[in-house]
Design a protein around this ligand. Sequence first.
Ligand SMILES: [Zn+2]
Length: 369
Amino acid sequence: MNKFTASLNSILLLIIATTLISCSHSKAGKDEMSDHYTMSDFASVKKFDTHVHANKQATAFIEQAQADNFELLTINVDYPDFPPIDEQQAIALSLTQAYPKTLYFAATFSMLNWDNPSWASAVQKRLDKALANGAKAVKVWKNIGMSFRDSEQQLVMIDDAGLDPIFNHLSQLHVPVIGHQGEPHNCWLPIEQMSVNNDKQYFAAHPQYHMYLHPEMPSYEAQMLARNNMLDKHPKMRFIGAHLASLEWSVDAMSEFLQRYPDATIDLAARMGQVQAQSVNDLNKVRAFFITYQDRILYATDLTHSSEAADQEFKNSVHQKWLEDWRYLNTDSEFTVPEVDGIVTGLKLPKEVIDKIYYHNARRVFSIN
Ligand SMILES: [Zn+2]
């Protein structure tokens, strides 16, 4: 090999090396600008679970949220299976004060003493105090419309005039109201016609809550109508329809609701299975729904930390649930979930849609800066 060939060879090697380096650079650059997140992005992307119940004076939920890059909204609810609402609020206050960048809370009120003329002013006082203590929203639960009865044994619906002073007050203060009215549509169907396995199991085990068996109770349509009447009366209300506003059975019904109430948002809590049941049949339609309403949907699970739960077991189940939803919304993997028969394919939503549903919408809706 003469000197000339040797230097030619080294020039060639240099060219090859440079080309390889620039190739790998452009490949890395392309990945960084990819339109979609992967499973490995899960821990690094900021996320917000806008519907959980931290009902245990413990740090396990907070620790898992911090490990998985989640902020949480814990929602107090007047639910007989939960601790009394004063106890729920005391836990929420102590945890939000200890972890102000991770946990936020929504307050609630009781229907007790409804027939007393001072009920509304007492509730208002209670809520004002909770708001002064940092509450980001107020929750109204399905006991209104489905179980609470006045002194004449009449069910009190959500559009009852007696609730107007509360809703007027919250609207004036621009405080978001999280409404869970009615039940999944399945609740009014025979078991064999229900769309998801978790509803089939739940209503088979709890016939007292299976409205198909109780035709004397208000219909699904009556519950939705009362909710809409309430919203029509309070057009300034910043409303969040919990559990996909109980319209989980149809992306068309959700679209109609979101168009009719342009300031309303909806949370996904405990209804991902219903969404997946629809995307098994028509993936493109469900995907288009998320893209069209990317500013109006809040990621949420309804994960509940109760005092009986073992902390490590709870942390594992929280992590698994969050990962499973991330896989569905971000990738096009195929997998099975217990709620749905058949193979679920992920929606592979674009990054900017994920960032809104998982984070920015929550920060906007709950006015967190
Ligand atoms: Zn809940």
